[in-house]
Design a protein around this ligand. Structure first.
Ligand SMILES: [Zn+2]
Length: 216
């Protein structure tokens, strides 16, 4: 939040359960006004999402950046949108979305100013091994490897930490797309021409997404 901004968010750290329930009622009324048939005629009868959206867990974006409403997009969010064939959640999500729900698009959407990426960029990952974030330390290995692979490119292009961070976010989307393409479920669906795979980057400062990898 910029120093001059007044709060525009629905809930705060001080909010309790009644506030959450009240906020839900208001959201429900607003959504029903905008889309009177959404819950009754569509979501009540199941889901047929067209897209699997894989993004970072960051609070500043989600699949809604594509302008979609509930029922269109199956979503998995994980820190720094890391895709790994060793991650059971990742494998299960891909299998369910592609083989059961039959989505025909898989999107990996990274974002600018990513905490996971900034931690590795600032070489602060080691500090996470403090008894409170040891799993996070281990989890960020893939991003740390990515940073070391691209360290000289980043330093060669700019001294700006902000620009380096955006560059690393783009490299990360490309890396995670490659990880995704190596997973059987995705490989087979691509061979059957059942899906297309897109790599995108969301800009938290503008709300816009840009394409950062070739279509597969
Ligand atoms: Zn992030």
């Amino acid at each position: 939040m910029s120093p001059a901004a007044t709060n525009i968010f629905t809930l705060t750290h001080n909010s309790k359960l009644p506030d959450l329930l009240d906020a839900n009622k208001q959201w429900c009324e607003k959504t029903t006004q905008e889309h009177p048939s959404l819950f009754r005629d569509f979501n009540a009868h199941g889901q047929t999402p067209h897209t699997l959206f894989i993004g970072c867990s960051d609070s500043r974006y989600n699949e809604a950046c594509l302008g979609v409403i509930p029922g269109e997009v199956f979503t998995w969010k994980t820190i720094a949108n890391v895709v790994s064939d060793k991650d059971l959640t990742c494998r299960a999500t891909l299998e369910f979305a592609i083989n059961v729900l039959k989505v025909n698009k898989v999107v990996i959407c990274g974002h600018t100013d990513c905490g996971g990426i900034n931690t590795c960029l600032a070489m602060k990952r080691a500090a996470l091994k403090n008894g409170k974030c040891d799993h996070l330390f281990e989890y960020l290995q893939d991003i740390d490897d990515l940073y070391h692979d691209h360290k000289s490119d980043l330093l060669g292009v700019t001294n700006s930490a902000k620009v380096q961070s955006s560059m690393l976010s783009k490299y990360n989307v490309q890396k995670q797309i490659n990880n995704l393409l190596a997973i059987d479920t995705v490989k087979e669906a691509l061979e059957r021409k059942d899906i297309e795979v897109y790599g995108l980057l969301y800009d938290v400062a503008t709300g816009l997404v840009e394409q950062v990898s070739e279509n597969k």
